[in-house]
Design a protein around this ligand. Structure first.
Ligand code: BGC
Length: 254
């Protein structure tokens, strides 16, 4: 049986990384290619880096589905918001524009959504029944809702207001540093946040991702919830894997 493959690219505020992915196993079939995000984070400059990564994946990758995840709400191929990238992404026909440049089909999606899809298919939520909520704690808070393996896109739960404050302004990893909080203080805010999410959505499982998940030993024991909360498994590759997976399934359903 021929191997199913796709290219996944993850656009972040500081780096853009990508790889060729084996869709059946979630393994990377190329090295993990990484370039710095061009200063300003403008679409044209980022598109150039995406094209370079796609070509670095080798000639075998040229006809494969290509998925790109970005820190933005993405609806019908259009990027509607911009976190840590230039504001000229807002309202951009990202899919159509990049497809025109590269002459191939592209699927754009939100970065946290990509991570959620990847965890559901290759990571900590494989086979998880019902609703899984992944939150990525970094500069902001990204969220992904996955119901029985199916993504409900663009939930943006980092933007919920709790006690009159946008959650990501108080509970992201960067907010902890900005506020000078120790792990326990920060975890108290996170606990309040997750309890609120639990009240609204009654998930079966919470996953905590983002760079700070490497430091879970410092804070996870301070968080006590009526449902399990686990550390996401795929770390730095989650966006790449989820983008590739979704590009593959989108192509297959066309
Ligand atoms: C953005 C989300 C993004 C998250 C993580 C938030 O500030 O609103 O779209 O998924 O940061 O990058």
């Amino acid at each position: 049986m021929s191997q199913q493959q796709a290219v996944g690219i993850d656009v972040g505020g500081t780096g853009i990384k990508g790889a060729l992915v084996d869709i059946d196993t979630g393994e990377l079939l190329s090295e993990r290619i990484k370039y710095p995000t061009p200063e300003g984070g403008h679409p044209g400059d980022i598109f150039e880096v995406i094209a370079r990564i796609a070509s670095d994946c080798g000639p075998v990758a040229s006809g494969l589905p290509l998925g790109v995840c970005v820190p933005s709400v993405v609806k019908n191929g259009r990027t509607l918001t911009a976190a840590n990238i230039a504001t000229d992404w807002i309202g951009l026909e990202a899919e159509k524009t990049l497809e025109g440049r590269l002459g191939r089909e592209i699927v754009f999606l939100n970065d946290a959504d990509a991570a959620g899809v990847a965890e559901a298919h290759y990571g900590e939520a494989v086979g998880a029944p019902g609703l899984t909520i992944l939150t990525t704690l970094g500069t902001g808070i990204g969220s992904a809702l996955v119901q029985d393996g199916v993504l409900i896109a663009n939930t943006e739960l980092g933007h919920l207001e709790i006690d009159g404050e946008v959650a990501e302004h108080r509970s992201s990893a960067v907010a902890r540093q900005r506020l000078g909080q120790d792990w326990q203080e920060w975890a108290a805010g996170l606990q309040r946040y997750y309890l609120h999410l639990n009240r609204l959505f009654s998930p079966n499982l919470f996953l905590l991702g983002g760079g700070v998940s490497k430091e879970a030993d410092h804070f996870l024991h301070f968080i006590s919830l009526p449902v399990p909360i686990r550390i996401a498994a795929l770390r730095n590759n989650a966006g790449i894997l989820g983008a590739a997976f979704l590009a593959h399934t989108t192509r297959a359903s066309r």
